[in-house]
Structures are given as C-alpha cells and as structure tokens.
Write a new protein. Structure first.
Length: 206
C-alpha cells in the first residue's frame, strides 16, 4: 500500500512538470501548422527546431516519497524537455530538499541539472553545494540523487566543513538506515580529516 501511494505521489509530481510542457509543444505545433496553410515557406526548419528547444516551464516543482519514507522536493527556476531524451527534463537554478524520517534535512543547490523520469534520478551538474541540518556543509562537482531510494552520491572530489573540523574525500554517499540510527554519510576514496576539536572551536568563538 505504501509503495502504491509513493508511486501515485511521484506520478502526480511528474504530471505537474510534463503536462504543461506537452501543452506548450502542442500550442507551438498548432501555431506552426496554421502558419503553414497560407505560407508554407514562412517558417524555416531551423526556426522550428529553435522553438522546440525553447519550450520552458517557469518555477516547476517535483515532490515525492522515497522507499524509506523521506520527503523529496525539487524546485527550479525553469524546466525544459530534452529533445534527444524524451524521458528527461533539463532544469536551471535548481534546489533539492530531503527530509528524512529521523528529522535530518539535506539541502542541495546547483546552477543546472536534469531529472530522468524513467530512471527516477536527479543529476546536479557542475558545482553543487550541500548543507545538512546537523551542521555539515560541502561543495562538490556534481551530485546524483536516486529519487526512489533517497540515496545521494557525489560525482567528484569534495570539501566538507563539519562541526568537528574539515574533511576532503573523493566521494560521499548520503543514505538512510533505520537500523544504523538514521541518516548516514559515507566518505570514500582518499579521505582526509583535519580535526579541530571542541577546544579549538570554543577558542574561535571567543
């Protein structure tokens, strides 16, 4: 039952994005056909491709639940279909918020990204900034979020500012494990830790 409700919420979220884009495409097609009846050469092929590329939806929002019960919301400034991949939507000025069942929140900000509806994956391209409600801040060159499982994985090197110091690593994975106490961060590939400790932190505050 829970999985059916999760699928329904995901479908509703996708419909909010895909149906308006389809409407834009249909309106553009009707406009072009109407022009073509009286002036078949008035709209060159290059212009048709340009109009198809410029189909946009302002301030889209996608929301759903992961298999582990985390709430995921993705917002963007604009969204447009990828003409080469019909199941993919390109998004700009994108933000993701994930609230896990244990109360931890993860926020991701990136300049651009894409949502693959068939694979249920969101990709954040270029520099991505991540903050967590338990005091971690990190920057990395790209992130991949699985919208079904709720697992978020970095796509390159990262620098982390933690409550106890600084961490650098090749990759980080965020996942949720109820048996392990909730939200986890797994750092791999050349992990380095600069531990400041509580005394150093108190000295900085003074």
């Amino acid at each position: 039952m829970a999985r059916a409700e999760n699928l329904h919420s995901q479908l509703v979220g996708w419909a909010k994005i895909i149906l308006p884009l389809c409407a834009i495409g249909l309106l553009s097609t009707l406009f072009l056909f109407a022009r073509g009846t009286s002036a078949p050469d008035a709209v060159p092929l290059e212009r048709i491709e340009e109009i198809a590329r410029e189909q946009r939806l302002s301030a889209p929002e996608f929301s759903g639940l992961t298999d582990e019960g985390a709430t995921v919301v993705i917002r963007a400034k604009t969204a447009r279909p990828d003409i080469t991949r019909p199941d993919t939507v390109m998004i700009d000025d994108v933000g993701l918020r994930m609230d896990t069942p244990d109360g931890t929140r993860i926020d991701v900000m990136a300049v651009s990204g894409e949502i693959d509806g068939r694979a249920q994956v969101a990709r954040f391209l270029g520099l991505a900034r991540v903050t967590t409600s338990n005091g971690y801040e990190l920057e990395t060159n790209g992130l991949i979020a699985n919208l079904q499982s709720g697992v978020v994985t970095s796509d390159g090197l990262l620098e982390v500012r933690a409550p106890f110091g600084e961490i650098s690593a090749g990759n980080v994975t965020f996942d949720f494990d109820e048996d392990a106490g909730g939200q986890r961060m797994l750092f791999t590939n050349g992990v380095r830790l600069l531990y400041k400790g509580q005394a150093a932190s108190e000295g900085q505050e003074e």
